[in-house]
Design a protein around this ligand. Structure first.
Ligand code: ADP
Ligand code: MG
Length: 296
């Protein structure tokens, strides 16, 4: 269990058990490493130490730099509907408990105005990051995907495998029958049934769904919020993206969810990925090339 999710690796074929053990251990260790560095729930994580030093340039690890750089690129492409500086708002909405320790966090990032992604300034030469306003970074929409991508590198000795981190998937090569992997997309309302079946080889499939983590205080809303209104969007029930890397698919599925069916599908097409967004009436909205991945 990492990042509050179960992570599994399934391998088909050589080079055997011993390599499997060592390579999967290395793969899993990236989930621990990304979580350790990026967690918003640990005041000692690299990201939270960066947040505590707002106003000055902070030298960060390559891992943290790349996560934040990519999150800011998605924020820019969505004109801020996706925004990794929403940590303080997430915290205020009750997403403030460290799932490992049960401890409540309190990052004190209250400010007079709502921070935004433009308050995060990168220096690509010095590899420093400056937060120009007090804010709490939330990399929850990119970190898991990035961990999957790092795990993929460790599994290089294998040709055919699937990494599944709570429904965010990298499918490499083919299954035990030599076919592309069959990846089911869950029905947004009935989690036991499958809404669509994809045939996937060497691609990531990531889903963002409002049904995953409802607030536990009885209020409406869930763990994905629209940054302008700071409310959970009502235009999507779930969004799934097929992408060239898990970090891309992870972040773009969250972005598409936030944008809703119309803007979301246009956005995914512009980003050259395929995806499907389920609207509130369970209608499916797909990018033009999505059907090519579907098993019918
Ligand atoms: P899951 O974590 O269940 O796989 P997602 O990949 O969709 O789901 O990521 C949801 C996470 O993204 C939230 O827990 C939060 O950390 C972050 N998040 C929520 N809303 C936004 C937003 N508008 N922009 C960027 N990140 C967001
Ligand atoms: Mg995601």
């Amino acid at each position: 269990m990492y990042m509050d999710t179960i992570v599994t690796v399934e391998v088909v074929g050589p080079p055997g058990e011993r390599v499997f053990r060592s390579r999967t251990a290395a793969a899993f260790s990236w989930f621990a490493e990304v979580e350790r560095r990026c967690s918003r729930f640990d005041p000692d994580s690299e990201v939270m130490r960066l947040c505590s030093k707002w106003g000055e340039p902070v030298l960060v690890s390559d891992l943290v730099y790349r996560c934040i750089e990519f999150a800011l690129a998605v924020a820019d492409a969505t004109e801020g509907a996706f925004d990794p500086t929403l940590g303080g708002i997430m915290e205020a909405k009750g997403f403030n408990v460290n799932y490992l320790t049960g401890e409540k966090i309190s990052s004190n990032s209250a400010t007079r105005r709502k921070p935004c992604y433009r308050d995060v300034v990168l220096d690509p030469v010095a590899r420093t990051i400056t937060l120009v306003a007090p804010l709490t970074l939330d990399l929850g929409a990119v970190a898991k995907g990035f961990a999957i991508d790092l795990a993929v590198r460790e599994l290089a000795p294998f040709r055919n495998y699937v990494i599944n981190a709570g429904g965010d998937i990298w499918a490499a090569g083919s299954n035990e029958r030599g076919e592309p992997w069959h990846i089911g997309i869950r029905d947004s309302r009935h989690s036991e049934s499958v809404a669509s079946m994809l045939l996937v080889s060497d691609a990531a499939v990531c889903t963002s769904g409002g049904y995953e983590r409802p607030r536990d205080d009885g209020e409406n809303g869930h763990h994905i919020i629209e940054s302008i209104t700071t409310q959970s969007p009502t235009g999507s029930l779930s969004a799934t993206v097929i992408g060239p890397s898990a970090m891309v698919a992870d972040a773009l599925s969250t972005a598409a969810f936030v944008l809703g069916p119309d803007k979301g599908i246009a956005f995914l097409s512009a980003q050259h990925v395929e995806g499907i967004i389920t609207g509130p009436s369970l209608r499916h909205h797909c990018t033009p090339g999505f059907a090519r991945w579907e098993f019918r």
